[in-house]
Design a protein around this ligand. Structure first.
Ligand code: H79
Length: 433
């Protein structure tokens, strides 16, 4: 064989080895779960851990350069006796959310669940001594909400997370460690999460970007998850197109294809189900001084804009160290939920509509119905490009008030009745079959 051909084959084999789970074929259960996921459209993200005690967000260990020995002193102060799983799940339901994604472990390495693999966990290291994920899993099952686990691949606590990456370098760890041993530990904790909590919606990975050149053994980890629970969906917040073995693509602090966050500068939209996550104020973990709360109007419009781009919206809350959710979050989630109660039909189970984003709003669709989401429009008459089929009827969703329609100069013209929804007035347009 020619030298060049041999080299090409070698390169091919090498790149296959680097792929996450080459040849991954999602099981029928997994494909069904993806469909469910795409119809769900709205989920609750929860960032909760020992960092919540300080009320300075989930990056406080890194940002305040706390060594492991000092950071570990937070655990005895974390005693969330007011945590009530039923309250959290009921709030998610009241907001119109269909699933919850909670931090099982964030970058600080602290397990919010019972684990045999390290004493650095809520049952063994805190006076609380209970496993909140267990209670949450049971309550979610009771209330028909799917539960996903966020899991940080990056770990600022484990000495075996070595060589270290771009963050967590001030934790005072030894200048040695065995990365494969760390990955064994991570896989072991994932095995616990996928064995002890019943059927799980999926795993939401984060932190890969801390060491983009490392061998993360993604294939082995993904296979473990898919073997234990074939329907569990894997997503990874690496800010790149999904690898084989991943089941959905996620975006952080940007709509799909958006580039406002610098880590999304290269982001492209792939073929898998999509999800975007965002905070209510500016923080993921509890931050007692961040008062820049987004309005319910902004939150509803973000949810609708995501749906109009085929994406779910995973909206974050950072509960307080006592286990309660601050009133500013509760209020806003209830207001979003009130809107969803009247207008959910235009979000759940929809896909991107036939018309892309306009100054007045966006469109979604389901079957032969197109939903016009009118955020801002000063006039009562609105003209849009021709729809794919003839308009049969138009009405204001939730109110049933008729909207008059005519076709003029190759456009669909609608005359809106008096009275707008302060967040988003939805016109339900039924098309001819
Ligand atoms: O869990 C929440 C955050 O704690 C976590 N992801 C959400 C869901 C998160 N970690 N980092 N970031 C969000 C953004 C910060 C990224 C940076 Fe970097 C890390 C800036 C510099 C180091 C990534 C790597 C971007 C540039 C290099």
């Amino acid at each position: 064989m020619k030298h060049a051909a041999r080299l090409a084959i070698l390169l091919c084999v090498f790149s296959l080895l680097l792929q996450a789970q080459p040849g991954y074929r999602p099981s029928p259960d997994n494909l069904q779960a993806r469909q469910w996921f795409q119809q769900a459209r709205f989920g609750m993200f929860i960032h909760w851990g020992v960092y919540s005690v300080l009320g300075k967000g989930e990056w406080v260990m890194n940002n305040d350069k706390m060594p492991v020995t000092e950071y570990e002193k937070l655990a005895p102060r974390f005693n969330p006796t007011d945590f009530n799983a039923a309250e959290w799940v009921s709030l998610a339901k009241a907001a119109g959310m269909k699933y919850i994604t909670i931090t099982s472990k964030h970058h600080d390495g602290f397990a919010m669940f019972q684990t045999k693999l390290s004493p650095w966990n809520i049952v063994d290291a805190t006076p609380y001594k209970k496993d909140p994920l267990k209670m949450l899993a049971e309550e979610c099952r009771r209330q028909g909400i799917k539960l996903f686990f966020y899991h940080s691949q990056l770990d600022w606590h484990s000495p075996d997370y070595f060589p270290r990456g771009g963050t967590g370098v001030t934790a005072g760890r030894p200048e040695s460690g065995d990365f494969n041993k760390y990955l064994d530990f991570m896989d072991g904790q994932l095995r616990e999460l996928l064995t002890n909590y019943g059927p799980i919606g999926g795993i939401w990975f984060d932190g890969w970007w801390d060491r983009p050149d490392a061998n993360w053994r993604l294939g082995q980890t993904y296979q473990l998850i898919h073997d234990l629970q074939p329907a569990a969906l894997i997503g990874n917040n690496h800010h790149r197109l999904p690898n084989p073995g991943e089941d959905f693509q996620m975006f952080e602090k940007d709509l799909p294809g958006g580039h406002t966050a610098d880590f999304n500068s290269e982001s492209k939209v792939g073929e898998l189900p999509l999800e975007t996550c965002e905070t209510i104020n500016g923080a993921w973990g509890y931050n007692s001084s961040d008062k820049r709360f987004k309005s319910p109007r902004q939150l509803v419009q973000y949810l609708v804009k995501a749906a109009a781009l085929n994406a779910n919206f995973l909206l974050n809350i950072g509960p307080m160290p006592n286990g309660k959710i601050q009133p500013e979050f509760v209020e806003r989630l209830q207001q979003v939920g009130d809107w969803m109660g009247r207008n959910g039909e235009s979000v759940y189970g929809t896909t991107a509509g036939p018309i892309t984003a306009r100054p007045w709003g966006v469109t979604t669709q389901k079957g032969n119905v197109v939903y016009l989401h009118i955020f801002d429009w000063p006039d009562s008459v609105i003209a849009i490009p021709k729809l794919p089929r003839a308009v049969k009827s138009a009405q204001i969703l939730g109110r049933g008030t008729a909207v008059s329609h005519s076709t003029y100069l190759d456009h669909e013209v609608f005359k809106l009745p008096e009275g707008r929804d302060p967040y988003d007035t939805v016109v339900k347009v039924e098309l001819a079959q």
